[in-house]
Design a protein around this ligand. Structure first.
Ligand SMILES: CC(C)(COP(=O)(O)OP(=O)(O)OC[C@H]1O[C@@H](n2cnc3c(N)ncnc32)[C@H](O)[C@@H]1OP(=O)(O)O)[C@@H](O)C(=O)NCCC(=O)NCCS
Length: 166
């Protein structure tokens, strides 16, 4: 398998079954109860900002982006991000995050927000959101709430509840 077999594509409906499988494999059955999942249940993700990686035609990784209002910030919630175990540690996760952030910036998003591990996401441009500044529809570890600000003053406006927006 060579790196040049990998292609990154905008998600469409034909990827649904493979993405479901990838997320089931990565996160297991408890994934629907997580706080971020509750936001995703409030409305659809944005296909134009969601991407897959295919290896020789097979979908092996996915990142989704959901439009959110976070305090006063019109941003996007990144996740789930998952890479099939057979394809980990080749930079695919990093590349999907980079592509998603770029696309969000081009679309005029004010921020990319996620709940995740700071050691992984810090080098990708994520900063910690002020402790407990955002209220999620479920419990979260405040030290894992991260943001890539895409416009000025984002941190001061990230205060209040976070939920799906149209
Ligand atoms: C996390 C995940 C998306 C990373 O995808 P990937 O394509 O393997 O990542 P990359 O190749 O871009 O980066 C791999 C590096 O990140 C490191 N890494 C992976 N997960 C990490 C974490 N949670 N914290 C810190 N570092 C992490 C790996 O050790 C690896 O280091 P190396 O390059 O020195 O070997 C993938 O492992 C996965 O699907 N995990 C299960 C689902 C998950 O946890 N998703 C993230 C939710 S926050």
């Amino acid at each position: 398998m060579h790196k040049h077999d990998l292609v990154y594509l905008t998600e469409d409906a034909s990827h649904d079954a493979a993405i479901e499988h990838i997320n089931e494999e990565a996160f297991g059955p408890g994934r629907h109860t997580r706080a971020a999942a509750r936001i995703r249940e409030q409305g659809p993700h944005d296909l134009s900002l969601s991407f897959i990686c295919a290896d020789d035609g097979e979908t092996i990784a996915s990142v989704r982006m959901t439009p959110v209002l976070a305090g006063a910030v019109k941003g996007h919630l990144l996740g789930p991000l998952a890479v099939r175990p057979s394809h980990k540690s080749r930079g695919i996760g990093r590349e999907l995050v980079r592509i998603a952030i770029d696309a969000a910036r081009r679309k005029g998003s004010e921020a990319v927000i996620l709940i995740g591990d700071p050691p992984y996401y810090g080098p990708l441009g994520f900063e910690k959101v002020a402790y407990n500044a955002l209220t999620f529809p479920g419990p979260v570890d405040p030290s894992r709430v991260l943001v890539v600000p895409l416009v000025g003053e984002t941190h001061t406006r990230l205060k209040g509840t976070i939920g799906w927006r149209k």
